[in-house]
Design a binder for this molecule. Structure first.
Ligand SMILES: [Fe+2]
Ligand SMILES: [Fe+2]
Length: 179
């Protein structure tokens, strides 16, 4: 194959890779943006349902982190000239509010367990976003996305520690594969 033809194929491949990475990154961020809304409202109900002051305070600060993440993600989406998806926003609002109310009704363990499991997914989500941003050469977003992954890691560690010695953990771990 001639050099020129080869370069042509390379350029097309690069354009395809770039386009795929860009739409993947936007998809992840749209998901994350709405996910943070659901998480923040769920945590609001969660910390209000807790009795122990140290637990209330930590989950309240986690709620605050999720609002910060949402704002960060909003800014990155803006810079990528993409918008949140309305359907996801409505769904996230409903889920977050329902979970927030649910936390008052279903006891201590379930909200702690499923929060931790959710956080483990959030870490992966931001780490994948880092990979796509790197592919796209968007160096300016890398640090922020990495920091958000680290904060989610810290959240997960807290919930893991909370449920670590709970008698229901082995059963839930075997069914839901976390903990
Ligand atoms: Fe978050
Ligand atoms: Fe989180």
């Amino acid at each position: 194959m001639s050099n020129i033809a080869f370069q042509g194929i390379e350029a097309v491949t690069l354009a395809t890779t770039t386009e795929a990475a860009r739409s993947a990154l936007i998809g992840i961020l749209q998901n994350a943006f709405s996910g943070e809304l659901a998480a923040a409202y769920a945590y609001r109900g969660h910390w209000k349902s807790l009795r122990k002051p140290s637990e209330r305070e930590k989950v309240r600060s986690i709620e605050n982190d999720e609002w910060i993440h949402r704002e960060n993600v909003r800014q990155i989406l803006n810079q990528l000239k993409a918008s949140p998806r309305r359907g996801r926003e409505v769904r996230a609002w409903l889920i977050g509010r329902s979970l927030g109310i649910g936390c008052h009704l279903i006891g201590w363990f379930l909200p702690m367990y499923f929060a931790g499991r959710l956080e483990s997914r959030n870490i992966a989500e931001y780490e994948t976003a880092v990979q796509h941003a790197r592919t796209l050469g968007l160096a300016e977003y890398l640090d922020e996305l990495r920091v958000m992954a680290d904060v989610e890691r810290d959240h997960e560690a807290f919930f893991r520690e909370m449920v670590a010695t709970h008698r229901l953990l082995p059963v839930f771990r075997s069914i839901f594969k976390w903990g």
